[in-house]
Design a protein around this ligand. Structure first.
Ligand SMILES: Nc1nc2c(ncn2[C@@H]2O[C@H](COP(=O)(O)OP(=O)(O)OP(=O)(O)O)[C@@H](O)[C@H]2O)c(=O)[nH]1
Ligand SMILES: [Mg+2]
Length: 481
């Protein structure tokens, strides 16, 4: 028998963005060509997609590390690097994606439903894209951003309308085999069924699916037998069916106490209280079974259950059962809000684009100002710290976003430590403000105002505005904000 895997831990890595290229156009007799370094390509995403033909998570159990390809670096001659390829991982219908703490990230139901598990890093801009009126030939390019790394857990929950629960050998698999075309393994020893079986039933105009769960025994909630692990498969079902054995040879068992035991285990598992239930008394082809069924029926009905007497082997009472189930399923479907559209793509929550925070901390008695925010942290990752011009460009970007202003408001002074990023992965530097209180720009790095003719205030403002426009334009095409 093939191993069935319904829970795996998966480590996914999106592709890194390719680095931008810093290059200057060269041609014979034309020594002063412009910058022509192309942009790096985007790293590929890792995407989980529901594929009906896939029924287990076995593949991921065998190889739990998956990586999308990196974007290629940009090249001279304005050649952009190729984007990395997305890695599409097919998963079964009903796969739930969780983080390591157990929070549900996505619930994938319906052919084609997708979830972006790790996002590829952006490619870095080449120096051609970084050129502007005032920075005509940048001698640097932006680095590609590393792709997301995520550790996720995939859990498979069978998507069936009806779930059969009961003791081992009660006849759950036998019932599926006679109600549907499914051919599960059936045998007279306990725990024949090790993984849920799924069948499709047609009753009148209603088509529904029916699944069994490996047999439950007292103490299943403490891990006895196969445990309750498989109950996650019935969590989505609209109807629960208790399959009770009327012909068991075990002296201490009878249908009513069996029901109590299973109910207790379901309670321990939790979350199934409000699911409608019916009771099936199976094996009434056995004479003693029929007598016992008739004996316990009033007791069960008094508890509010609808009771069906059937025989999976002798095909008794099946039609009635099948139509009653169809009825309950149809009612549950009608009560449910309109089916969620399938083929949706779920992306991780949008990152908080514009925002950033500045907080004051103490580090070894010295003040340390921590900057957190999607943009500043990404910009730091894009910066080649061996290149002064690139570092200057970073300072400009931070300044334009208002980081310097906020630092100043938070009380930072020249020489104080500033950390950009989380505690375990921050870039720390000594702050040298490039602005003065009142946000008047003193000068940008790499530029020296002594070489410029003095400009009247109005002219300076116009220049500054022009530059701001330019800088927002310069990102638009490549980095959707
Ligand atoms: N006489 C009689 N035997 C039945 C009936 N239904 C099932 N059986 C027998 O009971 C035994 C167990 O049946 P299964 O369908 O494998 O039971 P199960 O509930 O799926 O058991 P597990 O998978 O072990 O939990 C088999 O030998 C079946 O032939 C029935 O209606 N009448
Ligand atoms: Mg079975």
């Amino acid at each position: 028998m093939t191993t069935f895997v319904d829970r795996v831990e998966l480590h996914v890595a999106a592709g890194n963005g390719g680095h931008g290229c810093a290059s200057v156009h060269r041609e014979k007799f034309k020594p002063l060509g412009g910058p022509d370094g192309g942009n790096g390509g985007r790293g590929g995403d890792v995407i989980l997609t529901v594929e009906q033909s896939v029924t287990t998570l076995l593949d991921y159990h065998h190889s739990p590390h998956r990586k999308a390809t990196n974007g290629k670096p940009g090249e001279g001659g304005n050649r952009s690097g190729k984007d990395g390829q997305d890695l599409v991982l097919p998963v079964p219908d009903g796969t739930v994606v969780l983080d390591k703490a157990g929070n549900v990230l996505a619930d994938l139901v319906g052919q084609g439903t997708s979830y972006v598990a790790a996002q590829g890093g952006r490619g870095g801009l080449g120096n051609a894209a970084l050129a502007s009126a005032r920075r005509k030939a940048p001698g640097f390019a932006l680095l590609g951003v590393p792709g997301d790394l995520q550790d996720i857990v995939l859990e498979l929950k069978t998507v069936a309308d009806v779930a059969l629960v009961g003791y081992p050998s009660a006849g759950k698999s036998s019932l599926i085999s006679v109600l549907s075309a499914a051919k599960p393994k059936i045998a007279d020893y306990p725990f024949t069924t090790l993984v849920p079986n799924l069948g499709v039933v047609t009753a009148g105009s209603t088509v529904y699916t029916i699944a069994d769960v490996p047999g439950l025994i007292p103490g299943a909630s403490q891990g006895k037998g196969l445990g309750l692990e498989f109950l996650r498969h019935v969590e989505r079902c609209s109807v629960l069916v208790h399959v009770l054995d009327t012909a068991t040879l075990e002296s201490e068992r009878d249908p009513v106490s069996d029901l109590d035991v299973i109910e207790e285990e379901l309670k321990q598992y939790g979350g199934l209280d409000r699911r409608p239930r019916i009771v099936v008394l199976n094996k009434i082809d056995v004479p003693d079974g029929k007598d016992l069924a008739e004996m316990v029926r009033p007791d069960l009905e008094a508890r509010g259950y609808r009771v069906f007497e059937v025989s999976a082997v002798a095909h008794l009472g099946l039609k009635e059962l099948s139509f009653a189930l169809a009825d309950l399923v149809a009612k549950a479907r009608a009560a449910r809000p309109a089916e969620e559209a399938t083929r949706i793509v779920i992306r991780p929550k949008a990152v908080d684009d514009a925002g950033f925070t500045v907080t004051r901390e103490e580090a070894e008695g010295e003040p340390l100002f921590r900057v957190r925010g999607e943009k500043p942290e990404r910009w730091v990752r894009q910066t080649d710290f061996n290149n002064d011009e690139a570092v200057g460009y970073l300072a400009d970007r931070l300044n334009r976003l208002g980081v310097e202003e906020e630092l100043m408001k938070a009380g930072a002074r020249s020489g104080d430590g500033v950390a950009i990023g989380p505690e375990d992965n921050a870039v720390v530097f000594d702050w040298e403000p490039t602005v003065m209180a009142g946000a008047e720009m003193l000068g940008r790095r790499g530029e020296d105002h002594r070489f410029e003719a003095p400009r009247p205030a109005a002219q300076r403002r116009r220049d500054r505005e022009a530059e701001r426009d330019e800088s927002s334009r310069e990102f638009d095409g490549f980095e959707p904000f």
